[in-house]
Design a protein around this ligand. Structure first.
Ligand code: ZN
Length: 92
């Protein structure tokens, strides 16, 4: 199924998620923006609605100041830059 985001990046915040999730998003929480995949984004199974969910999360995350979600910084990249990270969503 075609999606508007790249599979290895969080569709909400652009965090490069794959090294941590070992190939799938199932029931995982993005350490950057805090969305829980297959929970917050079920959207009744509708791909269109899911895009809306991701967009809503992204806008909320940006509005809240693009804070690192995960309480410990173990997964946080060195020199983490949320604005640079968001650009990952555009490289399709
Ligand atoms: Zn994220």
């Amino acid at each position: 199924m075609a999606t508007e985001y790249r599979d290895n990046f969080c569709p909400v915040c652009g965090y490069d998620i794959m090294p941590h999730f070992k190939g799938h998003f199932a029931d995982e929480i993005c350490p950057s923006c805090g969305i829980q995949f297959n929970y917050e984004d079920t959207a009744g199974g509708s791909e269109e609605m899911r895009k809306g969910v991701y967009l809503e999360w992204r806008l909320k995350w940006i509005k809240d100041g693009k804070k690192w979600f995960y309480k410990d910084d173990a997964l946080k990249p060195e020199n983490w830059n949320p604005d640079e990270q968001l650009k990952n969503l555009l490289k399709n």
